[in-house]
Design a protein around this ligand. Structure first.
Ligand SMILES: Cc1cc2nc3c(=O)[nH]c(=O)nc-3n(C[C@H](O)[C@H](O)[C@H](O)COP(=O)(O)O)c2cc1C
Length: 189
């Protein structure tokens, strides 16, 4: 069982990172092999909509994303953790998500070679926002939920927390427990 954690915040050691670490610890407890990818430390350009990948399944952009595509294909589950920036996901997470384009053909179906690896794959999502109402980050949930629905991925119940200052979520035992449980669940076949 391989679980990849994707950090969408540029603030390493911040709130999304703390909750992602909790989730990955939960997955590890269940025996999963875990790996964390910090998107802000990678070079990930925006999708060009050049449609070349519709035929080949390979993105033409020579940056760090093709290696991440391979990690996604080889993983059993992917945990995402991201803060809300102006009522949306961060630019780092959006660039990453748009580049999933390479997995699909011209009809937005999985490329035949990828389908057995991707169909039903478990997806986790953690959101953090400064607003006291954690549901202010629901636009991010909407984006992931619809993406999962249309492509047949399995989105697990989303963990949402409120926190502003760097590391503030560390005091939120409820959110940390929920993230830990998400990690345990995502690593349970
Ligand atoms: C550029 C920027 C935009 C933000 N926009 C919002 C927002 O629209 N709504 C909100 O509730 N918090 C917003 N925040 C606050 C962050 O979501 C909050 O500080 C969060 O804890 C950051 O998580 P992190 O520590 O994982 O980076 C914004 C922060 C930044 C830096």
């Amino acid at each position: 069982m391989k679980v990849v954690g994707i950090l969408g915040s540029p603030r390493v050691g911040g709130n999304s990172d703390i909750l992602l670490n909790q989730a990955l610890a939960g997955a590890k407890e269940m025996g999963a092999k875990v790996e964390k990818i910090i998107l802000s430390r990678k070079r990930i350009l925006g999708c060009l909509d050049c449609t070349k990948c519709n035929e080949t399944g390979i993105c033409v952009i020579k940056d760090d994303m093709p290696a991440i595509h391979q990690k996604i294909l080889k993983s059993d589950a992917i945990l995402h953790s991201v803060p809300l920036y102006f009522w949306a996901m961060t630019s780092q997470m959006k660039a990453y998500l748009d580049r999933w384009c390479a997995f699909f053909d011209g009809n937005w179906s999985w490329h035949k070679a990828y389908e057995p690896k991707m169909k039903g794959k478990r997806i986790g999502l953690i959101t953090v926002c400064g607003d006291p109402n954690a549901h202010t980050a629901d636009p991010i949930v909407h984006s992931f939920r619809e993406t999962c629905k249309f492509s047949g991925l399995t989105l697990l119940p989303v963990v949402q927390a409120s926190a502003g200052a760097k590391g503030e979520v560390d005091k939120n035992e409820k959110a940390k427990k929920e993230a830990y449980e998400l990690g345990r669940k995502i690593a349970t076949p």
